[in-house]
Write a protein of this length. Structure first.
Length: 104
């Protein structure tokens, strides 16, 4: 049962990562936001295409894990859940600037 809950969280994280990548790319390209993650900022500065590809590759790797056997470990559920909560906060921040841009 725990393995299936982790997989649902992983799917959620995959979707959030793709949305985050696209919105971050748009926001940076239009000078509305800056990348807060210093490592991803370096990647973006090298080439925005690399930034997007890295986001998609990371989502793809998580998708590979999704199709693997997930051990029933409490730490997998807890860390995945915390990650999903934090990433949800990031998406909420994106929503704020998107609404701000849309309304101005």
């Amino acid at each position: 049962m725990r393995g299936s809950k982790v997989k649902i969280i992983w799917l959620y994280l995959i979707v959030l990562n793709i949305i985050d990548g696209i919105l971050t790319y748009i926001g940076i390209s239009l000078n509305y936001i800056e990348e807060a993650n210093p490592l991803m900022s370096i990647v973006y500065e090298q080439d925005p295409f690399y930034f997007l590809m890295l986001k998609f590759i990371l989502s793809g790797l998580l998708l590979l894990l999704f199709f693997s056997d997930v051990p029933r470990k409490q730490y997998l559920f807890v860390t995945s859940f915390i990650g999903a909560c934090l990433y949800s906060f990031v998406i909420c921040k994106h929503s704020i600037w998107v609404l701000w841009v849309y309304n101005n």
